[in-house]
Design a protein. Structure first.
Length: 270
């Protein structure tokens, strides 16, 4: 091998690592500029059965609409089994604060078990029992309160005024209340709100405004035009509950999860 050939071989060998190194730097740049909500939605700690339901719940778009950021103090009211907590916990772990405001009762132990499934990811979640320990969340300290498919339970139990007042107290002036719930058409009998699991948009707006909130706007990201909101066992007829079991199962699976309103409110800045 002559000198020129050896030089060419050496240069070729030295050049080979350059492309992977450049690609590596590009990868780091992409990570730095990545959408933190998208990263949290893609967290490897999420359970596969929950990920499948993203097609109905649109967590990335929903949280973006509510303006959630990794530096915020966020309260999730009634996280139940932890579907949204799987996303919020890693999103807020390093730079923010995440309170799980769980109503006293059967879900508390289940949520504790959920936290124990991924202790390294959920170690900074602050579990607070509602209403017993709500005052441990300092008044005026929270950037965003989120509640997903829970207001219908408040209405059926007659607890909506007290709960929304608690949200108002804990939020900072200018703070956001984000609500997702099953939508009842405005033309339907309001009495259905006490039994069907569906609520009218006007009802939630009235509850929020009575507590002092300003209405900011709505998103149709969680809408489902296939949902008639008129079933033998209310919203629980649809997946994931499928209250009728095998009766009409294929039909209800084809409809999918309920038609949902996604509403944004703000605590006024005085």
């Amino acid at each position: 091998m002559n000198r020129l050939a050896r030089a060419a071989l050496v240069l070729t060998g030295l050049a080979l690592p350059v492309l992977p190194l450049a690609a590596q730097h590009a990868g780091h740049a992409m990570k730095k500029g990545a959408d933190p909500i998208a990263a949290a939605v893609s967290a490897p700690t999420r359970t596969p059965k929950n990920v499948v339901r993203d097609t109905y719940r649109h967590p990335k778009e929903t949280l973006a609409f509510f303006g959630v950021k990794p530096t915020q103090t966020v309260v999730e009211y009634s996280p139940s089994g932890g579907w949204y907590s799987e996303i919020l916990a890693p999103l807020l772990r390093d730079k923010g604060t995440f309170y799980a405001l769980q109503p006293a009762g059967s879900y508390v132990d289940g949520y504790k078990k959920f936290l124990a499934t991924q202790p390294a990811a959920y170690d900074k979640v602050k579990l607070v029992i509602y209403p017993d320990a709500t005052a441990t969340i300092p008044a005026g300290s929270v950037d965003t309160v989120l509640t997903f498919r829970n207001v219908h339970n408040m209405v059926m139990g007659g607890k909506e005024a007290d709960t929304f007042n608690a949200f108002f107290t804990m939020l900072k002036p200018g703070g956001t209340l984000g609500v997702v719930d099953h939508r009842l058409p405005e033309s339907r009998d309001t009495a259905l709100e006490k039994s069907s699991g569906y609520l009218k948009v006007s009802t939630i707006r009235r509850i929020a405004q009575a507590a002092g909130f300003e209405y900011v706007g709505a998103s149709e990201v969680n809408a489902n035009a296939k949902d008639r909101a008129d079933y033998p066992k209310g919203v629980w007829t649809l997946p994931p509950v499928l209250a009728e079991k095998d009766v009409g199962k294929d039909k209800y699976l084809a409809i999918g999860e309920s038609d949902r309103m996604t509403l944004k409110f703000r605590k006024p800045v005085k």
